[in-house]
Design a protein around this ligand. Structure first.
Ligand code: ADP
Length: 263
């Protein structure tokens, strides 16, 4: 292909059978990356071919959470992504020297995302998940331009303030005409030893986001699941073994697997 031509994104071609989900949140720290890697691992465990693009320039924690410590390699003009637990993964963090925080400008991010979608050898994927940076930023707009068929999955906590910013992140789909596949509420409660549920971050945020996005887009946006707090979910992320693989029966894992089944 000529240098002046736009790179070809296979997922954007007519007839592409790959479902692409962009995982979005209003703010950081709500568990967007944790949800992304557990959904990816759960889908791969079902036998699907899965890829993850870590486009969260502020976090880029996906490779670690998946235990993908390999480096991308180059074969001719293609980038071969490392994989772990049957999930191919590429991260913006794999291309920044050391672990330095890089100030990325909109056009650079657009180019990076374009390269991840066009120049990475993904093979014939069933599902591609993208971990977006929090907020309604440049990356979401770039993605909509590069891949209008990508569907949005919104992650929020039960907290009202978090829900409001999550709504704003989801409402970008109105401008970009993308489909919102649903809402995942994370950190919904902590189960105490006596079986009681302690609602650490309040309640209702997920349902609130689902309702207001339904109203906004004029189509039903389901609340796909509520994921409880579980220290093992965090530990699994630190160790690179998603909880859905290490203990699928744990309530947090079971809830995530249900979300994966509903995608
Ligand atoms: P984000 O991608 O939204 O910034 P992360 O996935 O990095 O959020 O999660 C933030 C922190 O919270 C991480 O340390 C993660 O391990 C932890 N965490 C996320 N979800 C849960 C949960 N359901 N239970 C316990 N810890 C969680």
């Amino acid at each position: 292909r000529g240098d002046t031509q736009e790179p070809v994104i296979p997922f954007a071609q007519p007839g592409s059978r790959t479902r692409v989900y962009a995982v979005a949140s209003g703010k950081g720290g709500v568990g967007k990356s944790s949800v992304t890697v557990n959904l990816a691992a759960a889908l791969a465990a079902k036998g699907l071919k899965v890829g993850v693009v870590d486009a969260d320039i502020y976090g880029h924690s996906v490779p670690r959470m998946l235990g993908a410590d390999g480096r991308p390699t180059q074969v001719e003009s293609m980038i071969m992504p490392p994989s772990a637990h049957g999930v191919k993964v590429i991260s913006i963090g794999m291309f920044t020297p050391g672990n330095t925080a890089v100030v990325w400008r909109g056009p650079m991010l657009h180019r990076a995302l374009q390269q991840f979608l066009a120049d990475v050898y993904w093979g014939d994927l069933d599902v591609l998940l993208l971990d977006l940076p929090p907020g309604t930023g440049d990356v979401a707009i770039s993605l909509a331009q590069l891949l209008p068929s990508a569907e949005i999955l919104v992650v929020t906590t039960p907290q009202a303030a978090a829900a409001e910013v999550a709504e704003r992140a989801g409402s970008i789909a109105l401008q970009t005409h993308q489909r919102i596949v649903g809402v995942v509420e994370n950190m919904s409660w902590l189960e105490l030893p006596d079986g009681q549920r302690m609602e650490v971050f309040g309640s209702g945020g997920g349902a609130q986001v689902a309702e207001s996005l339904s109203r906004l887009v004029g189509a039903p946006v389901p609340l796909l699941g509520q994921i409880p707090l579980d220290t093992r979910l965090r530990e699994g992320g630190d160790a690179g073994v998603p909880l859905v693989l290490s203990d699928a029966a744990a309530p947090a894992a079971a809830a995530l697997i249900t979300v994966a089944d509903r995608l």
